[in-house]
Design a protein around this ligand. Structure first.
Ligand SMILES: [Zn+2]
Ligand SMILES: [Zn+2]
Length: 342
């Protein structure tokens, strides 16, 4: 392993430390990252299970990049050593407890597993249980017109029968919160080349988790989040950070964030007065570091969970996040199969 890679790993572990040490109000959410990479790492693409702490029988899956690999890693099933029966039983047990699947957007690193795991989800349909899938309208349309077509993949919204199919797709519309599993999901549109949603996910006592899908610099979501932050109800925000700082132009063009752009988004959440979106090329790590002391106190108590780091440039990006952390911003990098309570 190269020295930089070892250093990056150590910094990554330091960033993980708050996962273990954090204390606060009684947790209302348990987030199990089944896949966290920004697309290229096999078996680690965006997928999460969300459930109430202590509730082992009801979960909602958010995105389905490579959930099967994630479930096996989470459950400690070694695909090289365990029999196929143990592997299949382990995955089926988790899918049995997955009440619904919610998708942020239609990019493959977020939906590929919806197709690849469908022969396993099909088992539930044979037992009379259809798994509902929720997403914004363009995502539902893309899945039906491009994925479940019979060419790329069979139409599992009709298999094994029209009456009890494997999946039933539902539109989750902005401004229309929907009860899904133990939570209420309220979608909000982000900035990405395709329609990408973030979700305000709340419990009946108002505790809220904001799960963002892929996004570049955006706005409406922060306007909606600020009152929840002010009311002390915002428990955590998971937010993407795909590229290191020197790839800012590429990041913005492809609808993604870098560490400095991530800080600028958090400044919008913190409500730091009138902020004009900076030129991504000119807004440096030093500029971002200067903002941190102003915004960090306003976000005290909110877990900032970073995800979707692309494997190329990961070491540099992790070092940049560590710089921001040293400046006072509490950031945590989500790791596959490492659950987080908040
Ligand atoms: Zn995307
Ligand atoms: Zn993605």
């Amino acid at each position: 392993m190269r020295v930089t890679a070892i250093l990056s790993r150590v910094l990554g572990l330091l960033l993980l430390a708050p996962l273990v040490m954090a204390a606060g109000p009684r947790p209302r959410f348990e987030l199990v990252p089944l896949g966290v990479s920004g697309g290229e790492l096999e078996g680690d693409s965006s997928s999460f299970l969300l459930r109430r702490p202590g509730d082992r029988t009801s979960a909602v899956m958010i995105d389905a990049g490579s959930p099967v690999s994630g479930i096996m890693r989470w459950k400690g099933v070694d695909s090289g050593r365990c029999s196929s029966k143990i592997r299949v039983d382990t995955v089926l047990a988790t899918l049995d407890h997955t009440r619904a699947i919610v998708l942020t957007h239609a990019h493959l690193d977020h939906i590929l597993g919806l197709s690849l795991m469908s022969p396993l989800v099909l088992e539930k349909a044979f037992k009379g249980v259809t798994t509902p899938v929720y997403a914004n309208r363009p995502t539902v349309d893309t899945i039906m017109s491009s994925l479940f077509t019979g060419q790329l993949w069979s139409d599992f919204t009709r298999i094994p029968s029209e009456k009890t199919p494997t999946y039933r797709l539902n539109v989750l519309a902005e401004g229309a919160p929907a009860r899904i599993g133990a939570f209420v999901f309220e979608p909000v549109r982000l900035a990405h080349p395709v329609a990408s949603s973030g979700f305000f996910i709340s419990t009946e006592d108002g505790a809220t988790y904001l799960h963002l899908g892929d996004t570049g610099p955006t706005g409406a979501v922060w306007d909606r989040a600020r009152p929840i932050l002010a009311a002390g109800r915002l428990r955590a925000v998971s937010i993407e950070c795909s590229f290191p700082a020197h790839r800012a132009t590429l990041a913005v063009k492809s609808g993604h964030l870098t560490p400095p752009l991530l800080v600028f988004e958090l400044a919008k959440l913190a409500g730091l007065g009138a902020l004009r979106q900076p030129d991504p090329e000119l807004f440096s790590m030093a500029d971002a570091r200067d903002l941190v002391p102003r915004l960090a106190p306003r976000l005290a108590g909110v877990r900032i969970l970073v995800t979707h780091i692309k494997i190329l440039g990961r070491d540099k990006l992790v070092r940049e996040l560590e710089m921001l952390r040293r400046a006072g911003l509490s950031l945590e990098i989500l790791e596959q199969a490492a659950p987080v309570l908040f």
